[in-house]
Design a protein around this ligand. Structure first.
Ligand SMILES: [Fe+2]
Ligand SMILES: [Fe+2]
Length: 157
């Protein structure tokens, strides 16, 4: 998997190698989950493993994009990188701030709704996986807020 970047610094090459080893590791993890899903007759187990597989596919894609982004930076490529560079300087800050604030408001309301729903489902928390699914959506909501807060922080600089 060793791959030498043209004109990269030692730091860039090191990070690049590290990212590629993650791409490989993610591929292995994904294979283990696929095998696990195939080996059980339990629809519940397969469903839950499928949820993880969706994430692992995304992780694999994200690591590949990071490696590609680093390659285009190191090699001074003129192609648009797989991960866009922060281009706030050419954006309408006011518009992004307004859009982001509205979305943050929605996510916070969503977080409250999910918490309420999770409490309502308390009675079936050991007989169904519903509470787990709601919890996972709460974690997603925290992730969405993390993304929006990143934008909000950088756009106000
Ligand atoms: Fe992963
Ligand atoms: Fe969300």
């Amino acid at each position: 998997m060793a791959d030498t970047l043209v004109g990269a610094s030692v730091w860039e090459q090191g990070i690049y190698d590290h990212l590629l080893s993650h791409v490989e590791a993610e591929r292995g993890i994904l294979e283990s989950y696929r095998e696990a899903a195939e080996r059980s007759e339990s629809a519940a187990f397969r469903y839950l493993v499928e949820l993880i597989i969706e994430d692992e596919i995304r992780h694999h894609k994200r690591f590949s994009e990071l490696a590609e982004a680093l390659r285009s930076d190191a090699e001074l490529s003129s192609d648009p990188p797989a991960v866009p560079r922060l281009d706030w300087y050419k954006a309408d800050h006011k518009l992004i701030r307004e859009l982001t604030d509205a979305l943050i408001g929605q996510e916070k309301a969503d977080a409250k709704e999910l918490e309420r729903l999770r409490r309502e489902l308390k009675d079936v928390k050991d007989t169904t996986m519903w509470v787990l699914l709601v919890k996972l959506m709460e974690l997603d909501t925290a992730k969405h807020l993390e993304i929006l807060n990143f934008v909000r922080h950088h756009i106000s600089l």
